[in-house]
Each structure stands twice: as C-alpha cells, then as structure tokens.
Write a protein that binds this ligand. Structure first.
Ligand code: SF4
Length: 681
C-alpha cells in the first residue's frame, strides 16, 4: 500500500486538509485530523473527491488550431502569437485571465511574466468576482489586504454575525465548527441575508434585509453603538483616523431602507453593542455589489470604532470562495496589485522590478475582469491566456464575453478538462495538472498556507501551469529569470520577494518559510493567529482609517417590465461550472438541476406551479429553469444557482441575465442584484 499523502481540498476557501490513501479498491480520501482548518472534518464535496479522479473528461495533450499537437509546438505557437501581438500593438494588447483554483506558484509565474517581462498589468482573475471588494475595503482601512483573525475566533466568539454568507452551504466545515461551538458554549448567531438559507438553522435571529442595504444597516449599528456608549474611544483616539466624518455619515443614514422590522433591528443592535467578542463573517453577499467596497467599509468601521479587532474571538472576517483566492492576491493576481501585497506606487514598482531584474515592468494598473473582456470585445486586447477558469460561464454579460472570445485573434486556454464553454473558443489548448497531480501551495481564508501535494501521475501530457509559463518565457528570451527546476524554487523566490526591503513595513513576509521543508511542511498561518492586536496598521501613519460611507441602491432598477430582484449563488454540493462535482453522482442528488427559487405569491402572479419550467428574462438575455416554490424567498425576490452552463444544460446559463455593473473601486461585478421577469415556459 502506498504511503498516505497529505494535501488540501480544491474547492472552497476553508482549505480543509485531506489525506489521500490507496488501497486495492483504489484511492480514498479522509479529512486530515491535524489540519487546523478542519481537524478531520470534510463536507459532502470533500468527501466525494475520490469519485472525481477519472480521466474521461480530461484534456490529455496540447491542441493547436483544432489539431492534436505536442508541447514543443504548443509552446512555440503560444510564445510566437503573444510576441506577434505585443510587437505590433504593444504590451497591453495581451492579458492573462487567471483563477483562484490555481496554485500560488502558477499565479506567481504568470504575474512575473506579464508584469515584469511583457510589461502589462493586464493580469486579472476570477477572484475579481469573489472578493475584490474585500481587498479594496481592507486596503483603504488597514493600508494592507490583511484578514485580521483566524478560524478559531469563530469558536471563541460570543456572537457571530453572518452577513451575505450562506456558511452552511459555501463553507460547510466552518459552519460545522461554528455549530459545535454554539452547542457547547451558547454562541449567539445572527444571519443577515435577504434569503432564509440553511445557515439560519442555527440563528438566534435572521434579518432578511432589502438587497443592497448593508451599508444602511451597519451605519445604523455604528450610530446605535455611539448612543449606547459602546464605542471604544481609547482605541479610536490612539489607533484610527476619520472617526468624526464616519460617525456623521452613519448618523445621517436611514436604517429604514433595510426594510427590517424595528424590533429585530433593535435586538441585533443591542446584542452587538453589549457583546465584546463579536466576529462578523462576510462573503459574496457583501462583495458582489456595485457598493461592495462601501459595504466592507461599513462593517470594518463598526469593528474599528468598537475596538473589536485583533484579539481572541473578535474581528471582521472575510471568507473567500475559492481554495487559493488568498494566495492569488498575495502574489499580485489582481490587475491593480503587484506581487507580495504591493501596489502600483513608484517605490513598489522599482522594488519588484529590481528583485525580478525585470526586462519591462508594468507601470500602472491593468484591466479588471469585466473591463478586460469589454476591451477584448472592442479589439484593444488581442491575445488572452486563460488558466483554470471558465469566464464564458462565470462572468456577467456572458453573451458579450462569448462574442469577445469568438473574435479575439489569440485565445490560449490552460485547463485540466477537454470541454468547457470557454475551451470552445481556444486556438491553443494546454493540458494542465488537475487535483491529485498538482504540486504547490495554497492559502486559505485565515492566511494558512498549506501544501497541495500530488499523489497521481499526470494524466496524458498534462503539465504544471507554472512550467508552461516558464517555457513560454524561455522562448520569449527570458529563460534565465524563469529557470525554476520545480515548484519549490518558484515558492522560494516568491517568499524571498515578500521579505525583500520589507523591514516590517508590509504585512506579508514569508522569509521564515524559506527554512521549511517544502515537500513536508505542515500548514502555517503567516502573520500569526491575529493581526493588529497592537493597534498598529500598515497605513503611512500606522492608524486604521474609518471611511464615511452612505447607502447606494443596486444599479439595476426594478420596473414594471422587470419587477423581480434576482439573487445568485452556490448550491451546497456543486462547485463553479460543474467540471469536477458533476463527476460524482452522489453530489447531484441534492440539486440535480438549476432551480428558480420563488415565493408562492410571485409564482401565482406569474402563473407558475411548483416544478413547472419557467423562462427568466432580464434586459440582457434569458434562461430556463424549473420553479421551486418556497417561503425562503421574500416576495419580489428570486434566486438562481451559478453552476449550470451550455455544456451541462441548454439555456441554463445565469450569466446571460446578469448586467456588468461593477463597484467603482474594486471592479467587482454586481452579480446579486439583477432585475428580471418570470413567465411559464
Ligand atoms: Fe472542501 Fe470547503 Fe468542504 Fe472543506 S468545507 S471539504 S475545503 S469544500
């Protein structure tokens, strides 16, 4: 029997540790009892990972212009086409579009090639759809993109507030940990969500606020804390700026726009004001909004003004959707960041350029996801290399995205599977390692870095993504800067960059990781369990910034023609665009198809019965789904899952309905507030 391999789950940002073991019956997985994210627990998706290891759907060799090819040809063609486009149209005619599914090493290599050697910052990622508003909110409050706390805080808090987070479905192991803590020590739980989700099963209070009204709610909470004498003026005076303006904005707000019952609002406000140990968990319900950054700021403002940050059992806590969204943003996977949590200020550009011995440094921010695909559609970006993601499904205004890919002169796609909606547009397909074959590192939602270790031989000619990038760099004439023998050397270089001219001025410093045995290191949390316990932040003056924010409604107005508010999100047992979870039959039992969740009153008005097929139309397009009549939806609101697409269901693509409105600071699309109408099929 082969030695058990310790690795991590490739699905959500909880980042559970997994032990893979081989027996005569094949590979089996179980939770790693020593991993600090899960201590042996797994959810339904993690438990069924061994069912998804088959080769039937894999991309097994490179494909160039529709013909099976080999790596030498594919690398030469990839490099040649990138060079032809950038020589003729400049570096910004090229872009990478990456993924929170990638390993840190893959992300680092792509960023280095684009930002240091091709000379463009057009490197964005599907993490833009997930937590970009949190990044922007963290940076303007803390001066750094730092998650202050750790998972243990969920178990040490006396009150946990879940805002825009269906933790029960989207981070199930964290939900299990919270539930156990609640059972053991009576933790109070408040869920703030327009829908009644399974997370409400453990809630003492559910606040079904009007979609998009989070700023008004948390401004109301701040004003209440001031009136109740719950502000921490010693902390405010010593460690923050912007308090007076922020409080004035909060007082000027109108909490009535939340549509919440006054009595329940008061219960929540009193509970928060009188409980010292409070963790506020927030996720896509906050981030995926044209006011996402302001919503994050409204949450951070309350925690900073009450001093509920940096200590055991308290703090604002963003939980990321994907397994390595955090690692991606750490190495600069967003178009507005450089590697190692640095931005596009002159000092950072110079520092990173010297460290890389860059041939051509990008000097300003690149295009964010939605604007990137609009630039492709407009013919400004003429070559795109997409890795481990399916933007033809996952982005809003997906018909525009498909039109853009159809007319883009050079589309390169690296993927582990042979057929996705996006791969159908690829001129060059590069077969990539899938889970079980990958070797590298990932960072989960509480800054814990773990190894994702291989236990399978690569399928066919699949190779690591960082390797493919390095080979293209070599053909482009930059071989010396990309001469890594393996992923360890990529990680070591990145870790050295985090410590380069740092001196405590930046939050992220992985110098200590250089002494670890890459093949065997155990998960470690960079920065320690909690950040900011000393009241020192990474702004110029070391103080956190309170930011005055005011309510702004969703961009898409309801109308007589489109009277229903459409919310979108995940199902418990499926992941992204189904390329892996659809391989495990057990997972499809929970929700075998996309369902339109609709209140019975709205269904009656639309002439729909439970189980009937419905056509859902927005001003951009339409899709078809079966109606599920449920009191979980408020009247006037409907819900659709994000997973289905043209590969798995004709007319099942929710992205066709979603407009491309974005947050002005974070560029994150407003994927939760479209306006639609519903009719029988
Ligand atoms: Fe995987 Fe997330 Fe489930 Fe853990 S909670 S097993 S990381 S999907």
């Amino acid at each position: 029997m082969a030695e058990p391999i310790r690795t991590t789950c490739p699905y959500c940002g909880t980042g559970c540790g997994i032990i893979a073991e081989k027996s005569a019956a094949g590979w089996a997985v179980r939770g790693d009892p020593e991993h600090p994210a899960n201590y042996g627990r797994l959810c339904s998706k993690g438990t069924t990972l061994a069912d998804t290891l088959g080769l039937e759907t894999r991309l097994l060799q490179p494909v160039v212009d529709g013909r099976p090819s080999d790596w030498d040809t594919a690398i030469t063609e990839t490099a040649g086409r990138i060079r032809a486009v950038t020589d003729l149209h400049g570096p910004d005619a090229f872009a990478f579009y990456l993924s929170g599914q990638l390993l840190t090493e893959d992300y680092y290599a792509a960023n280095k090639l684009a930002k240091g050697f091709i000379g463009t910052a057009n490197v964005d990622t599907n993490s833009r759809l997930c937590m970009a508003s949190t990044v922007a909110g963290h940076r303007r409050a803390f001066g750094s993109d730092t998650v202050p706390g750790c998972y243990e805080d969920l178990e040490r808090a006396d009150l946990v507030v879940l805002v825009g987070s269906n933790l029960a479905w989207c981070h199930p192991v964290l939900f299990q940990r919270l539930k156990k803590a609640r059972d053991l020590r009576g933790t109070k739980v408040v869920v703030i969500d327009p829908r009644r989700t399974d997370s409400c099963d453990i809630a003492d209070l559910h606040l079904p606020l009007a979609p998009g009204s989070d700023v008004a709610l948390f401004n109301g909470l701040l004003a209440h804390c001031e009136a109740a004498g719950a502000l921490d003026f010693a902390f405010i005076d010593a460690h923050t700026t912007g308090f007076s303006e922020t409080l004035a904005a909060a007082r000027a707000g109108d909490v009535a726009v939340t549509g919440l019952d006054r009595g329940n609002l008061t219960r929540f406000f009193d509970l928060f004001a009188t409980t010292r140990k409070v963790v506020t968990v927030f996720s896509q319900g906050v981030n995926q909004s044209s006011a996402g950054t302001d919503k994050v700021s409204a949450i951070l403002n309350v925690h900073l003004a009450t001093g509920r940050i940096g200590h055991t059992g308290m703090g604002p806590f963003s939980v990321t959707g994907q397994p390595n969204a955090m690692g991606g943003r750490e190495v600069g996977g967003l178009a507005n960041q450089l590697a190692a949590h640095m931005g596009f200020d002159p000092v950072s550009i110079d520092r990173v350029g010297r460290f890389w011995k860059a041939a051509k440094m990008a000097t300003s921010e690149g295009l964010k996801a939605v604007e990137l695909f609009r630039a492709i559609d407009a013919g400004k970006v003429k070559a795109v290399w997409i890795m481990a993601t399916n933007p033809a499904v996952s982005l809003p205004e997906s018909d525009l995205v498909r039109r853009a890919l159809a007319k883009c002169p050079v589309v390169i796609v690296s993927d582990g599977v042979a057929d996705t909606d996006t791969l159908r547009f690829a001129h060059i397909k590069l077969p990539a390692h899938a889970w079980g074959e990958k070797s590298g590192t990932v960072t989960n939602s509480d800054r814990t870095i773990s190894r994702q270790a291989p236990f399978l031989s690569p399928a066919g000619e699949a190779r690591a993504n960082w390797w493919a990038v390095a080979q293209v760099a070599r053909v482009l004439g930059h071989g010396q800067a990309f001469a890594w023998p393996g992923p360890q050397q990529v990680f070591d270089e990145y870790a050295r960059l985090t410590g380069f001219e740092n001196g405590g001025s930046r939050d992220l410093d992985l110098s200590e990781a250089l002494s670890l045995d890459y093949d065997r290191f155990r998960p470690f949390q960079w920065g320690g369990k909690r950040m900011f316990g000393d009241g020192r932040f990474y702004t110029a003056d070391g103080r956190a910034v309170l930011v005055p924010v005011s309510h702004r409604p969703p961009k898409e107005n309801l109308s007589l023609r489109y009277p229903l508010r459409l919310n979108t999100g995940r199902y418990r047992d499926h992941w992204h665009t189904l390329t892996r979870t659809a391989l495990a039959p057990r997972l499809s039992g929970h929700r075998p198809e996309a369902l339109l969740d609709i209140h019975p009153d709205d269904a009656a008005k639309a002439g729909l019965t439970d189980g009937a097929l419905a056509v859902i139309r927005s001003r951009l397009g339409q899709m078809i789904a079966r109606a599920r009549l449920t009191q979980e939806q408020q009247p006037g609101h409907v819900f659709l899952p994000m997973h289905w697409n043209d590969c798995f269901a004709a007319q099942g693509l929710v992205g066709r309905l979603l407009p491309g409105h974005t947050d002005p600071l974070s560029g994150q699309p407003e994927s939760k507030h479209a306006a639609v109408r519903v009719t029988p099929f």
